[in-house]
Design a protein around this ligand. Structure first.
Ligand code: BES
Ligand code: MN
Ligand code: ZN
Length: 529
């Protein structure tokens, strides 16, 4: 289910003439007066001749525009490639943001799929720039061809060797390169899991895949060696165990399926952790809506509904691969939401792990039910913070569109995660949980219903989840700040951004995207510093 393909990424400071690769990639930005050739290692005369012909070649510098030119004499690369970087922003040195570099590198590597090796001569004067170019390449070197029957389609492999040209010495760049390799591998694994069809990815097989992911002693590194020092521990709850312990959310949602639910706990536990963060992910391996059946057209793409759980699994592994000094526990809430004679009915009352009852008014609002179980379980360990991530609501797309995720929760944690996303170059936006949201879930018979107000659906779903966040041990119940008693908690809704239904762009392919892996890794990294 997870592809073993990993591009080899290296930083090279050998002379550009001696760089052996199928293609040498240069960046072109969109300047106020036309295209601008970005700083590159070509000799002055060669650089000038390329720069002078940009307009005649039709190069505009627009993001994703790629032109292939014949190689230049005296160079070991077969072709020269110009990749558009987009408009100069003026906010950063040289006018090109790190995210623009990431996207340009990723776009070139993605579009050059089929070639064996690519040398990237994009602005790489700082360690941060080298890291961004390497990351972009690691995200762009991706394809999902496992389910093609023809040899031809299966052989269209992504670029296998990427060298990032820079004047910096190896000892300065090696950290940034290995980090890019780890994060790239996490992003690609997340996409693989999301793209795997529900015929092959269901709760049991997902749990098995996570165990393999954790077992694998070989973590990908730039040089191909192994780095993971900390061991990952995995625990899987079977259906019987879920019943014994009372995980009514997972059981209720999963009871209509022939393939029973699972709960997975994956742990990265360094020797002297500076903090303990719990991550909880929604893992609905297919969301038909259940008896509150979705219309046919809304049901396609619903294999994406385990994107949160996939992200949690790969981020915990990345934390281990990066040897982060933070204890991270991942909770994957896995179930398949199907209609059948054994499915839960609208108006059933279920008991979430820990005892709260929920009247199920719409079986298509299933994510919050399995997440409630996971959030309660995570809270029992009294982590320093709980972050949950879920393809939770269609309302996310109404509010923020298909590329911007939403973050809600305790103010301080929400804002920290928002800042982590900005640092990582991902599009995330803080949203409120209105005070009136909770009362929309009042039930005539149970503690809560699972269906809130129609308007503000993303925000209301967050208010529902918040009900299941445990209080901090010893916290004063009569605290003036009603949020003060709870474990700091934040909720990420990635419904739209987890899956790109349109054409590929930058380093983002069609289908599974792997969004928020970088943001969560960046957040965990800030705790270690
Ligand atoms: N998995 C969906 C949310 C979703 C929709 C993700 C579209 C990605 C794309 C979720 O389980 C769902 O069905 N939500 C309902 C909730 C409603 C019944 C309160 C929705 O958003 O319509
Ligand atoms: Mn649903
Ligand atoms: Zn769902």
């Amino acid at each position: 289910m997870i592809n073993d393909f990993h591009p080899t990424i290296t930083a090279t400071n050998t002379a550009v003439e001696k760089t052996e690769a199928d293609a040498l990639v240069l960046g072109v930005a969109k300047g106020p007066q036309g295209p601008i050739l970005l700083p590159n290692p070509l000799a002055d005369t060669a650089a000038e001749s390329v720069a002078d012909s940009l307009e005649a070649l039709g190069a505009t510098g627009a993001a994703d525009q790629m032109l292939r030119l014949p190689g230049v004499e005296g160079f070991a690369t077969q072709i020269l490639v110009l990749i558009g970087v987009g408009p100069l922003t003026g906010e950063v040195t040289g006018g090109v943001s790190l995210e623009a570099l990431r996207r340009a590198a990723g776009s070139a590597v993605r579009q050059l799929g089929g070639l064996d090796s690519v040398a990237l001569a994009l602005p790489s004067a700082s360690v941060e720039e080298v890291g961004a170019v390497a990351e972009g390449a690691a995200f762009g070197a991706y394809s999902f061809t496992r389910y093609r029957s023809s040899e031809e389609a299966r052989s269209k492999t992504p670029v296998a060797m990427v060298s990032v040209l820079t004047e910096l010495k190896d000892r300065h760049t090696s950290g940034a390169i290995s980090r890019a390799v780890v994060v790239g591998s996490a992003v690609r694994a997340t996409r693989d899991l999301v793209n795997t069809p529900p015929s092959d990815l269901y709760p049991e097989s997902f749990a098995n895949t996570v165990s393999t992911l954790a077992d694998r002693s070989k973590a990908p590194t730039a040089g191909g060696g192994t780095t993971r020092a900390g061991k990952l521990k995995v625990k899987v709850w079977t259906e019987k165990e879920l019943e014994k312990e009372g995980f009514g959310g997972l059981l209720g949602v999963g009871q209509g399926s022939a393939r029973p639910p699972r709960l997975v706990r994956i742990e990265h536990s360094p020797s002297k952790p500076v903090a303990h963060i719990a991550l909880v992910g929604k893992g609905i391996t297919f969301d038909s809506g259940g008896l509150s059946l979705k219309p046919a057209t809304s049901m396609t793409t619903m294999k994406l509904d385990m994107g949160g759980a996939a992200t949690v699994a790969t981020v915990v592994r990345a934390a281990a691969d990066l040897n982060l000094p933070v204890k991270v526990t991942g909770w994957l809430c896995l179930a398949e939401n199907m209609p059948s004679a054994t499915a839960q009915r609208p108006e059933d009352v279920i008991t979430i792990y820990g005892g709260k009852t929920v009247e199920v008014l719409n079986t298509d609002a299933e994510g919050r039910l399995v997440m409630a179980d996971g959030i309660v379980a995570a809270g029992e360990e009294q982590p320093d913070a709980i972050i949950d991530i879920a393809t939770l609501t269609g309302a996310q797309m109404v509010a923020l569109g298909s590329r911007t995720s939403g973050v809600m929760g305790q103010d301080a944690l929400r804002d920290t995660i928002f800042a982590a996303a900005e640092a990582a170059g991902e599009s995330l936006w803080p949203m409120p949980i209105p005070e009136e949201a909770r009362s929309g879930f009042d039930s005539d018979v149970a503690d809560l219903t699972n269906l809130g107000d129609r308007f503000g659906g993303m925000l209301n779903a967050a208010a529902f989840l918040r009900e299941f966040v445990a209080d901090r041990e010893g916290a004063q119940k009569d605290s003036l700040d009603p949020e003060g008693a709870r474990i700091p908690w934040a909720h990420l809704d990635i419904a739209g951004p987890s899956f790109n239904e349109k054409g590929p762009y930058g380093y983002t392919p069609k289908a599974g995207t792997g969004v928020m892996v970088r943001t969560l890794v960046s957040y965990l990294e800030t705790l270690g510093h």
